[in-house]
Design a protein around this ligand. Structure first.
Ligand SMILES: O=C1O[C@H](COP(=O)(O)O)[C@@H](O)[C@H](O)[C@H]1O
Length: 265
């Protein structure tokens, strides 16, 4: 799919524009009379959370029939459910708690990735093999949930990604083997030893992400400029994980002036 680069003046306007784009696209998808629901995958990090906060403040928020929207995560930090490091905690605080509290959404429409239920002592004392098994079980649990909800051809409608300064998206980090997974049956995997803490994470895979209709890679500020340039202009570079992304309807890199200045030249 052809990629497009969109530049907004600054981070705030970028977040507001992506928020509006998300809300309008949810409405567009739901206009199809054959459509029962929309599946949206969100992310954590600075830009991901700023976009969700902007959705909460958007005048378009109430135009969406939230009872037909399901929310998933493209990646999660594998830590206890009450840890502030979890991506879902930020998303709940920024937007989702409000939608549940107002009755616009039911908690069953929110699909957080599994948390580490071990005590900190158990987790610290576990062997590498035990931890690998725990991660594999958690990943397959989420994959089962995806297949249960969406069937064998499970796919997201919209995926919002926050681009890391190293070119990572979700928990797909440069030169890690997760980036190279090409098994279409593997939708979610676990990883230990992430270069960005915390070490243990769960992530959706490239083959699964590529089945998504709308994929938007978002990164603002100068800190993301190099990653924007490297990932927008490359294709399937293991050192630039976002360069592997694709979509079936729309593939966008979205930034502000500071983050896209290099990518535009
Ligand atoms: O660790 C993560 O980082 C990325 C990007 O974070 P940022 O703070 O540099 O914007 C995030 O999108 C991802 O979901 C998260 O797990």
């Amino acid at each position: 799919m052809q990629r497009e680069l969109i530049t907004y003046p600054d981070q705030r306007l970028m977040a507001e524009a992506v928020a509006a784009r998300t809300l309008l696209t949810i409405n567009d998808v739901l206009c199809d009379p054959d459509r029962r629901r929309v599946d949206l995958a969100v992310t954590g990090g600075t830009d991901g959370t700023a976009i969700l906060s902007a959705m909460a403040d958007s005048p378009l928020l109430d135009s969406v029939d939230w009872h037909r929207v399901h929310v998933w995560w493209s990646d999660e930090r594998f830590v206890p459910a009450d840890s502030d490091e979890r991506n879902d905690r930020g998303a709940m605080a920024a937007l989702l708690n409000r939608l549940i509290a107002s009755g616009a959404m039911d908690a069953a429409q929110i699909h957080p990735m599994p948390a580490d239920t071990r005590s900190s002592r158990e987790a610290a004392n576990a062997s590498g093999q035990e931890t690998a098994q725990v991660l594999m079980d958690a990943a397959s649990h989420y994959q089962m949930e995806l297949l249960h909800e969406l069937g064998q051809d499970a796919a997201m409608d919209i995926m919002l990604f926050g681009l890391g300064p190293d070119g990572h998206v979700a928990s797909l980090f440069p030169d890690r083997r997760e980036v190279l997974i090409d098994d279409p049956e593997l939708l979610v995997v676990g990883l230990d030893g992430s270069p960005k803490p915390p070490a243990r994470r769960l992530t959706m895979t490239i083959p699964f992400i590529r089945r998504t209709s709308y994929v938007w890679v978002c990164g603002s500020r100068q800190a993301k400029a190099q990653a924007m340039d490297a990932t927008f202009h490359a294709s399937c570079d293991p050192h630039a994980p976002a360069s592997w992304l694709d979509a079936t309807r729309q593939l966008l890199w979205i930034g502000d002036r500071a983050s896209t200045v290099q990518a535009r030249h």
